[in-house]
Design a protein around this ligand. Structure first.
Ligand code: CAA
Length: 257
C-alpha cells in the first residue's frame, strides 16, 4: 500500500506513522485522515504489531485540520461527509498508540494527540485549540477529550481564547506524559512502544480498553468492567506464564505477543 501524505514503517513489533505534509505544517486533510485510518487498520490486522507510534516533524506534529481544504465548505457538505467523523477510527483503535509530538500540535493536531493513549512531547512542543480564531470550534474532540484530559478550567481557557500552551504547562495539566529533548523524541517513543509490545497483547489491549472505560461510564460500572476483564485474563496462557515466571525469578515468555 502506498501513501501520499504519511510514511508508514514497522520497527520490530512497533508500527510507525509519520505525517508527511511538510509544506502545510502537516495540516490534516481528508486524504491524510483516510490514509492514517487505512494504515491503522493494517496494523490492527497484523498480529506482529503490538503498538503504534504517530509522529510529525520537528516543526509540527500537525497544525490542525487543513483550513484551505475547509475554507469553501458549506454546512450541507460538512454535514453530509460528517466532516472529521472518521477520526473516531483512531479513537477506537484497539492497540496502544503513542503520539510523539514536536513543534505545533494545534486544533486537529492537538485532538489527534488526545486520541492517542500516551503523549510523549519534545521540549519545543506547543499545544492549543485555536479554532475560535477561525470562527468555529474544535471538531475532532477538543471540547470533549481535552476537558476529560485536563479539566474544565484549562480547556475553557484554551478553547475560548485560542491561546497556545507550552510543553511544561501541557505536562503540568496532564496532557503530556513525558517531556524529552527534541533530538530524543522518536527514540523515546519507539522505546516506550517497544516495551509495551513485549507484553501479552490481549492483556495490553484489555488494559487500554479498561482505562478508556473510565472516561465513558459511571465509576461502579467501570469497576465492574475492570474486575470482569481481570478475571477473564486468568483464561490466558500468558497469565500462567507471567505469574509462574515471577515465582521462578525469570523473565516471562509471553505467547500472545
Ligand atoms: N491548514 C492549512 N494550511 C496550514 C495550516 C492549517 N491548519 N497551518 C499551517 N498551514 C500552512 C500555511 O498556510 C503555510 O502555507 P503557505 O506557505 O502556502 O502560505 C505553511 O503551512 C506554513 O505556515 P506559516 O507560514 O503560517 O508558518 P508559521 O511558522 O508562521 O506559523 C502556525 C505556524 C502557528 C502553526 C500557523 O501556521 C498557524 O497558526 N496555523 C493554523 C493553526 C490553526 O488554526 N489550527 C486549527 C485548524 S482548524 C481545526 O483543526 C478544526 C478541528 O478541530 C478539526
Amino acid at each position: 500500500m502506498s501513501y501520499d501524505t504519511i510514511k508508514v514503517e514497522t520497527r520490530g513489533r512497533v508500527g510507525l506513522v509519520t505525517f508527511n505534509r511538510p509544506k502545510a505544517m502537516n495540516a490534516l486533510n481528508q486524504q491524510m485522515m483516510r490514509e492514517i485510518v487505512e494504515a491503522l487498520k493494517a496494523f490492527q490486522a497484523d498480529a506482529k504489531i503490538g503498538a503504534v507510534v504517530l509522529t510529525g516533524s520537528e516543526k509540527a506534529f500537525a497544525a490542525g485540520a487543513d483550513i484551505k481544504d475547509m475554507q469553501s465548505m458549506d454546512y450541507p457538505a460538512a454535514l453530509m461527509v460528517d466532516l472529521w467523523g472518521e477520526w473516531e477510527d483512531l479513537g477506537n483503535f484497539r492497540k496502544p498508540t503513542i503520539a510523539a509530538v514536536a513543534g505545533y500540535a494545534l486544533g486537529g493536531g492537538c485532538e489527534v494527540a488526545l486520541m492517542c493513549d500516551i503523549v510523549i512531547a519534545a521540549d519545543n512542543a506547543k499545544f492549543g485549540q485555536p479554532e475560535i480564531t477561525l470562527g468555529v470550534i474544535p471538531g475532532m474532540g477538543g471540547t470533549q477529550r481535552l476537558a476529560r484530559s485536563i479539566g474544565k478550567a484549562k480547556t475553557m481557557d484554551l478553547v475560548l481564547t485560542g491561546r497556545l500552551m507550552d510543553v511544561q504547562e501541557a505536562e503540568r495539566c496532564g496532557l503530556v506524559a513525558r517531556i524529552v529533548p527534541a533530538t530524543d523524541l522518536l527514540e523515546e517513543a519507539l522505546r516506550t512502544a517497544d516495551k509495551i509490545a513485549e507484553f501479552s497483547l490481549p492483556a495490553v489491549m484489555l488494559a487500554k480498553e479498561a482505562v478508556g472505560r473510565a472516561f465513558e461510564v459511571p465509576l461502579a460500572e467501570g469497576l465492574r468492567f475492570e474486575r470482569r476483564v481481570f478475571h477473564s485474563l486468568f483464561a490466558t496462557e500468558d497469565q500462567s506464564e507471567g505469574m509462574e515466571a515471577f515465582v521462578q525469578k525469570r523473565s516471562p515468555q509471553f505467547k500472545n505477543r
